[in-house]
Design a protein around this ligand. Structure first.
Ligand SMILES: [Zn+2]
Length: 354
C-alpha cells in the first residue's frame, strides 16, 4: 500500500548515498546524532512503520521537530520519555515541518501537556485548520466534481476519501502556532543557527531546517527520503496548482547544499549524498512523465492514464493518491507546454503536443 508520505522506489544505489554508523533508536530512547542533536523514532500503524523525530538541545531543554501520529502507542512512548530523558530537561518548543498526521498528529496534545510554543509555516497552519474543520456538503460536492472532471469512474469510489475523518482520527486537535516561519528565517538553538527553507511540493508550506556549522546538517522532513520517493499529488485539497514544479525546484535547491551535509530524513536512516539522492528522485518523476508522454499520444483523462503508471488497479485511498500523482505530472507537462488540456465540458483530457 502506498502511504501519504511516498511511493515505493527501488533502494538507493550504493554510490548515491552513504549511511553513517548510527544505532537505530529503540522505542522511547534517544540516539545522539551530533552534539546536542538527538534522534527519536515513533511507530506508525501503516506500511511505512516509523517516523523519525529530532530533539535539538538548547540551554533550558530541547526543541522538538515533529511529533508523531496520534495513536495510543505514540502517546505511551512520549509518557516514557517524560519520565526519563525529559524529566529534568523539558521540551522548549515544537517545530513542525508539515501538516501530515505522522508529523503533526500530537502537536496540540504535546502543547497542552508541556505548555510549549509551536513554530511552523502559515500554509501548514491554514491546512491544519481546514482539515480539522467540518467538511460541508458543498466542499464535498466540489471535490467530487473535481475528480469527475478528471474521469474517475465510478465516481462514488472517491467519496470516502474526500472528507477529513481519516485525518481527524490521527491528528489530535489544532495546535496554536506562536510563530509563523518563512523561507530564510534563522533560529538559534543551542550552538547552532538553523535556517528555515520553504520546500513545498510534497506538502504545501513544508519546511526544512538547515544548519551550516559546526558541520552541515539538514533536517529534511519528507522532502528527500533515502528509500522512497515522497508523494507529490495535485488534488482539490492542495492549494498549489503545480506541485511537481514546486517539488522539483525545492529538490534542486537542496542538491546545492554542501556535499557533506548530514541529511536527517523523517523516514529511513540519516545519510550523506543529498545531491545523488535528489537526482534519483528526479529520475523517478521523469520515468512517470515518459510513461504519460507515451499514454497521451491519444487524448486521455487522468483516470485513463492510471494503468500506464501503475500495474495494479488502484482502490480506496490509494486511488486518491494515484489520481493526485497522475495529475501532478500531467499538469506539470501541461504547464510546460508539452501537453494540451482538452475540455469537452464534461471531462478534461490531456494530449501530448508534437
Ligand atoms: Zn509528509
Amino acid at each position: 500500500m502506498m502511504s501519504p508520505d511516498g511511493a515505493a522506489l527501488p533502494s538507493a544505489g550504493p554510490d548515491s548515498i552513504r549511511y553513517p554508523d548510527l544505532p537505530l533508536p529503540q522505542p522511547g530512547e534517544a540516539v545522539p546524532v551530533r552534539e546536542g542533536l538527538w534522534w527519536l523514532r515513533m511507530p506508525l500503524p501503516i506500511s511505512l512503520d516509523h517516523i523519525n523525530l529530532w530533539l535539538l538541545e538548547e540551554s533550558n531543554g530541547y526543541a522538538l521537530v515533529d511529533t508523531g501520529m496520534a495513536t495510543p502507542a505514540t502517546r505511551e512512548l512520549w509518557e516514557r520519555l517524560f519520565a526519563t530523558l525529559l524529566k529534568d530537561r523539558r521540551l522548549t518548543r515544537i517545530l513542525l515541518t508539515h501538516l501530515h498526521p505522522d508529523h503533526a498528529g500530537l502537536a496540540a496534545w504535546l502543547q497542552q501537556r508541556c505548555g510549549v510554543p509551536l513554530w511552523t509555516s502559515a500554509a501548514t497552519l491554514e491546512q491544519l485548520r481546514m482539515l480539522l474543520g467540518e467538511t460541508t456538503p458543498a466542499m464535498l460536492a466540489q471535490r467530487m466534481a473535481f475528480f469527475a472532471r478528471h474521469g474517475v469512474e465510478p465516481i462514488e469510489d472517491m467519496r470516502p476519501n474526500l472528507g477529513s475523518r481519516g485525518y481527524q482520527d490521527t491528528v489530535d486537535g489544532l495546535p496554536q502556532a506562536s510563530r509563523l516561519m518563512r523561507d530564510g528565517d534563522v533560529t538559534a538553538l543551542g550552538p547552532r543557527q538553523w535556517r528555515w527553507l520553504d520546500t513545498g511540493g510534497h506538502a504545501h508550506g513544508h519546511l526544512c531546517l538547515e544548519s551550516a556549522a559546526p558541520e552541515p546538517v539538514l533536517i529534511a522532513g519528507d522532502q528527500v527520503l533515502p528509500t522512497i520517493a515522497p508523494n507529490v499529488g495535485l488534488t482539490p485539497l492542495t492549494p498549489d496548482p503545480n506541485p511537481l514544479a514546486t517539488y522539483l525546484a525545492s529538490l534542486e535547491r537542496l542538491s546545492a547544499l554542501d556535499a557533506d551535509t548530514l541529511v536527517l530524513p523523517s523516514h529511513g536512516r540519516p545519510f550523506r549524498g543529498v545531491a545523488g539522492r535528489a537526482g534519483e528522485i528526479r529520475q523517478h518523476h521523469e520515468r512517470h512523465m515518459a510513461k504519460l508522454f507515451d499514454a497521451c499520444r491519444t487524448p486521455r483523462t487522468a483516470f485513463e492514464c492510471l494503468p500506464f503508471l501503475y500495474r495494479r488497479a488502484q482502490r480506496g485511498f490509494n486511488l486518491f493518491l494515484a489520481m493526485g500523482e497522475a495529475l501532478a505530472h500531467l499538469e506539470y507537462l501541461a504547464c510546460a507546454g508539452r501537453f494540451a488540456r482538452l475540455n469537452d465540458g464534461a471531462v478534461i483530457r490531456y494530449e501530448r503536443v508534437a
